[in-house]
Design a protein around this ligand. Structure first.
Ligand code: ZN
Ligand code: ZN
Length: 354
């Protein structure tokens, strides 16, 4: 705030005021000045705010106008706001106060990118739950099970293992649907000879995990097996590029280069990774144009993929913590192409290597 010459800051995004105060409610506004901080919330959350918020006094809101009254009573001419978070209607209400409004971008998000020990241990645990649940699910896969059934079982299992809930709507994309990078989950049954991409994760103490594995049901077509090995090599190259001091785009280039040299550059449309924390997607970005510098303690994903329309797709993703010398993988699970639930056997056959 000092660097931006701000007298005050209006923090309206829930993940940002949670990060700054510890308040876990999702409705509120945090007003910060050089020597005061007021966390304004309504009667549904006021007791939670009083119990949880550190470094900010909890203020009960009865009418929306009281936010403006609090801003005026705190004083100060230049007030920052979160340009990418505040609704236009909220901006209009601030404008009516007659103070100078200064848009800020990623002011708090940049602080959130580097995790402290407590945050790291929450994410580490969320990753452990996700890996265990996913590995248990793999042993249950069989032709005929629908994507939705697989997703539902995994959601329940992760909660049994202590997760607060899923990190996002799981992606279970089987067979031709594997070419949809964010294909969601459908009622399609898994079938012999398909690849299935599982992109899943959970929340623990508000922090997310994110892992993708692509596995086979039976024996998939030869081209998809080749594509799998290319993506695996690209993901390893991406992981090797992660270390404090490199740019986000350096990691992207390492993974993308493998896929481009194999002739599938056009089939890898998204960025290589993203930060993970109180949001499933946060800073830093690991895309082709990302100038963000990785620092020790950041949590990022590395998740290249190749998507062949109407044929299928492969993505492999790990959540890792950036260190000075490289990275530590938090979602440890095998990455060789594994096949499960072979058709015709009627048995659950786990973990055979193709
Ligand atoms: Zn993911
Ligand atoms: Zn991801």
């Amino acid at each position: 705030m000092q660097a931006r010459d701000l007298d005050g800051m209006v923090v309206s995004f829930d993940r940002n005021f949670r990060y700054l105060t510890g308040f876990t409610g999702d409705a509120g506004v945090l007003l910060v000045t050089a020597d005061d901080a007021a966390l304004i919330t309504d009667s549904r959350y006021i007791e939670t705010a009083q119990q949880e918020a550190e470094g900010a006094r909890a203020v009960l809101l009865k009418h929306a106008e009281e936010i403006g009254e609090q801003i005026l009573s705190l004083g100060g001419k230049r007030w920052g706001f979160e340009a990418e978070r505040l609704l236009y209607s909220g901006y209009e209400r601030l404008q009516a106060l007659g103070v100078e409004l200064v848009p800020t971008y990623d002011l708090i998000e940049e602080l959130r990118a580097v995790k402290d020990t407590d945050e790291l241990s929450a994410i580490r645990h969320a990753c452990e739950i996700a890996v265990q649940g996913l590995e248990e699910l793999f042993l249950r896969l069989r032709p005929g099970m629908t994507e939705a059934e697989a997703s539902f079982w995994l959601d329940g299992r992760m909660r049994e293992l202590g997760a607060e809930g899923p990190a996002f709507d799981f992606i279970v994309a089987s067979g031709p649907r594997g070419s949809l990078p964010h294909g969601g989950t459908s009622q399609k049954p898994l079938a012999d000879g398909e690849l299935v991409t599982f992109d899943v994760g959970c929340r623990f103490l508000g922090y997310h995990s994110d892992i993708t594995r692509t596995v086979a049901i039976g024996r998939p077509p030869a081209e998809l097996q080749r594509v799998y090995e290319i993506v695996r090599e690209a993901q390893e190259a991406g992981l090797r590029a992660v270390r404090a001091g490199v740019l986000g785009r350096d990691v992207d280039a390492a993974a993308r280069g493998v896929i481009e040299r194999a002739g599938y550059g056009e089939r890898f449309g998204h960025g290589t990774g993203h930060g993970v924390g109180l949001e499933i997607h946060e800073l830093p970005r690991l895309g082709e144009r990302s100038e963000q510098v990785l620092a020790a303690g950041m949590i990022v994903t590395v998740e290249p993929g190749i998507y062949l329309p109407s044929q299928g797709g492969v993505r492999i993703e790990d959540t890792v913590v950036v260190t000075d010398g490289g990275c530590e993988i938090l979602t440890r699970s095998p990455k060789e192409l594994r096949t499960f639930g072979l058709s015709g056997s009627g048995n659950l056959q786990g973990g055979g290597l193709l």
